[in-house]
Design a protein around this ligand. Structure first.
Ligand SMILES: *[C@@H]1O[C@H](CO)[C@@H](O)[C@H](O)[C@H]1NC(C)=O
Length: 439
């Protein structure tokens, strides 16, 4: 076999490119012991070929070191890296999790190196939670800068900054103009409280606006303008009237935190493709049961696999209807600020036996914040029944149970707790009782 160093350059380039594609994002690609820099240090020929292979340089991860506030890699290497990427569409990551905003100079310098290549940005991640909106980005959207015509994914996180809240703040409107003109943009993480937000909605499939509270009216407008959404994550405040029906045909993932009554919204919503729903109420006063959340799932005929409901105070009958309508459920989590929710009836319906039982595919159950009100022993019955393979329960798929009892409930569930602890010794099963769940 000929040594690899004699392989024709095209073959070497192909192999080199593989080194990048198989790369884990957690690896520090600018490390001298990782591709592509490693390839450059093997021999002169490899170095020449690596430098002449633009695909090797199309992804660049820059972080700002916390201690020194310096960019890693160095500005010189960033410059060389981008030059080597030729005409390739770029994946750029710039992050600084440091607590102090003293890295601003380094951040601005890096962004200034990225900006001339705006037309090649494909996937950009700027995670700068302790920095206000960076000055270099204020020049965006001006006639003198190019558009980001290849931009598909943008994840932008900046520190809240009251100075740029106004919708006509020039900084933000520049970025907004840029995003709006990016006709391929399909994924947007907009993690900051800049209110002004305008993109080419029709193309959008993934939108994440957490952790900033936004008025319900804004969320409704987004739902109306973005019919292709597949994943939506929002915090909702300021209730409003919901008049028209809202149908999101493709929405598979919905993640909502709310501090207002969202029943009116869910009464109008239809989500036929929903697979994963996670809704939590924060400090909702008065506490209104958010029954329409589960009713919407039932009415839409969604095949939900993940259902996570925190503090929604769903009444027993509606919860049973939801479980009945969700045979594909794999993960079910509920907590209700200490209000008992999981009754004898619910546990009975979930217990595997000769007759059909609800949600046969459940793998993970979390009854949190003392949500179990059932008779001692019934919880253990239900869990044990789902751990035994029988003709009606061939998979015995339940693999983790997480349950919290209040201090007063603990003695009342002595049998449940003892039997769950025994089960915990079995392979492929774990129970967490009043303990934080681990991986
Ligand atoms: C976009 O870049 C991020 C950060 O490197 C990466 O995790 C993600 O997989 C990329 N997405 C695509 C579709 O390439």
């Amino acid at each position: 076999m000929a040594p690899i160093s004699n392989a024709p350059p095209e073959i070497l380039q192909k192999i080199f490119r593989r080194c990048i594609h198989s790369q884990d994002a957690r690896i520090r690609p600018f490390s001298p012991s990782e591709a592509p820099l490693l390839l450059c240090s093997v021999c002169t020929l490899w170095r020449i070929i690596a430098i002449a292979t633009p695909q090797l340089w199309a992804q660049l991860f820059v972080s700002i070191a916390e201690e020194t506030n310096k960019a890693q890699p160095s500005p010189q290497l960033i410059e060389a890296w981008i030059a080597r990427s030729g005409c390739q569409p770029l994946t750029l990551v710039l992050q600084n999790f440091g607590q102090r905003s003293s890295g601003a100079d380094s951040i601005n310098k890096v962004l200034e190196m990225f900006l001339p290549h705006l037309h090649r940005w494909r996937n950009v991640t700027f995670i700068l939670p302790n920095h206000p909106f960076p000055t270099p980005l204020t020049s965006l959207g001006l006639p003198s800068t190019s558009g980001a015509s290849q931009l598909q994914i943008a994840k932008l996180e900046f520190r809240s900054d009251t100075g740029v809240h106004a919708t006509d703040a020039p900084q933000v409107s520049g970025l907004s103009r840029l995003l709006k003109s990016s006709s391929q943009l399909h994924t947007l993480y907009w993690r900051n409280d800049l209110q002004f937000l305008d993109v080419n909605w029709v193309q959008l499939t993934v939108l994440d606006l957490v952790p900033v509270w936004r008025p319900m009216s804004q969320i409704i407008q987004i739902m109306q303008k973005a019919p292709k959404l597949r994943s939506l994550s929002v915090f909702i405040s300021e209730a409003c009237d919901v008049v028209d029906p809202l149908v999101l045909l493709n929405l598979a993932i919905l993640w909502i935190g709310t501090e207002v009554d969202i029943n009116p919204l869910f009464q109008r919503l239809a989500l036929p493709s929903l697979q994963n729903i996670n809704v939590f109420c924060a400090n909702l006063v008065p506490s209104i049961p958010q029954t329409d959340v589960v009713n919407c799932v039932v009415r839409s005929g969604s095949r939900v696999q993940v259902g996570i409901f925190k503090s929604l105070r769903i009444p027993e009958a509606d919860l049973i209807t939801f479980l009945r309508s969700s045979p594909s459920l794999l993960l079910f989590e509920i907590s209700n600020d200490g209000v008992p929710t999981i009754t004898d009836d619910i546990l009975g319906l979930l217990t595997a036996g000769d007759t059909p039982y609800l949600c046969p595919n459940l793998r993970i159950i979390r009854f949190l914040e003392s949500s179990v009100s059932a008779t001692d022993g019934l919880l253990a019955d239900m869990v044990e029944s789902r751990r035994k393979a029988t003709p009606s329960n061939p998979e015995a798929s339940l693999s983790r149970v997480v349950v919290d009892f209040s201090a007063t409930d603990l003695p009342r569930h002595a049998e449940d707790i003892r039997r769950l602890r025994d089960l915990d010794d079995e392979a492929a099963f774990r129970a967490w009782i009043n303990q934080p769940e681990t991986a």
